[in-house]
Unconditional design. Sequence first.
Length: 342
Amino acid sequence: MDVAFPPDTFFIMAMASILSLGLVTVFYFVAHILNLPKLKLQAKGEYSQVFASILLIVFATYLLGVFTNMSSPIMQSMLEQTYGASKSLEFSNPNYDPNLPASGDPAFTIKISELGNDQRTSTPGNFSIRYMENLANCLISYYTKVYVLNSIVEPVEKLSMEIGGHEPMMMWAYTPLVGILHIAAGYITHALVFVYVQMRALAFFNNVSLTFLLPLGLVLRSFALTRGAGAFLMALAISGYFLYPMTYVMMFPILGNSAFNCYHHGIGTGGEGTIDLPYTINSYLEADCGADLSSTMSSYYFVQQNDSGIRAFIKGLTDVLLPMITRVFILPAVPLVVLFTF
């Protein structure tokens, strides 16, 4: 059975083992030179701890490789039940750079049945990072739409209040809509911070668990004073590399299609009940929209003509975005509990 390991894993483990043996040997010779029999006896006992740790590391690393191989079919089966066996999932390209044509397209598509064969999604850690990148891009897309729509509606709301004064019908014509957009922008901002923190945590454990935390735990476990810290780092590495991202994979069916269908809801997608915004953020700022009465009146007529589209966008915020934000805030507690109780 072929077992998948991160690059240079065994080389790093070998270096950590040699370092542990070297430190114990130095400890033994220092005790011998200083003629300290108790320390010499303790140093001899540490050799058995080093060899036991090496055997444990070899077994744990091999077991992690086996679990990683087993996780691909499990991951595919869960996703097939959620999206369908023939479904293709679209992910953001992590290497995309608009200034480098050779970096490829901004997104790539993979069939669920091929997830385990692509290095970008072959492990629970890689797949979880790609999924969280989709969530981040979805939130950024929605924030952009909320920002531009608010930039159009808020000047109209201010103008209505100036003209109508305290007349209820005029004063409250657009105020609730502006309030909803402001609240949505605040939620999106906080959710985006949470998504990036989770994404960086997944990337951290995916990259350093077997190449730094596990070898460091091996070295620290070689000495009595740091044995507890070493065992903690070894357990943290094993849990962070497999259990932590695998918990995310098991939660993704709960999230449903939020991340992958994000761009099929809301403003400017061309779908039924949607509208196309007349500006992007840059063109809106360049046009100085809302800076004078003429542009404000243009915004007023735009809002009047696209009332149904704006209602559809607000419904999209409620139906798609807000449940996803709730899950972004609440569900991460589950992987953290699994990580630190392993």
